[in-house]
Write a new protein. Structure first.
Length: 156
């Protein structure tokens, strides 16, 4: 894959990548930072990609790893108590994002990729490097947990 082909492929999937990064990071600037870093890492190693038809899956996986790395770094640097009041209120006003944020990492990954980034179950399983059956099971479990959480909210 040449640099021009790489640039063309990135341009074709940039909307999906941004949406995925935004869902993981929660803010425009953090999403752009993660996306920039993922594209940089992909550019450095794009010649190692054996099957160019899996470019979208490959670069999305790099982005997910970058988002997880950044979230881990932020967790060490800024405890939730140190956030300004307005940031906490803004986050609380988004019940679905909050509910998804409380899911375990493996379930959260499935929901974000399937329902917000628009990947199929097969693509999601490939990106997460898990069997398709495992991805389907995690999807059902995550949806069940989200449904329970929102049913409890409605009852209150």
């Amino acid at each position: 894959m040449t640099n021009d082909e790489f640039a063309t492929e990135v341009a074709a999937v940039r909307g999906k990548l941004y949406k995925t990064a935004m869902l993981y990071m929660g803010s425009h600037t953090q999403a752009l930072d993660a996306l920039d870093e993922a594209v940089y890492k992909a550019l450095r190693s794009h010649r190692k990609l054996r099957k160019p038809e899996f470019f979208s899956t490959w670069i999305t996986r790099i982005l997910i790893n970058e988002c997880h790395n950044e979230l881990r770094r932020q967790k060490r640097l800024c405890p939730i108590d140190a956030l300004p009041e307005t940031a906490v209120q803004e986050f609380d006003s988004l019940p679905l994002r909050e509910a998804i944020g409380r899911l375990p990492k493996d379930l959260k990954d499935i929901i974000i990729l399937r329902y917000f980034s628009g990947f199929t179950l097969v693509e999601t399983a490939r990106m997460l490097e898990i069997p398709q059956g495992t991805a389907a099971t995690r999807q059902r479990k995550a949806l069940r947990l989200l449904r329970l959480e929102f049913e409890e909210e409605v009852e209150e």
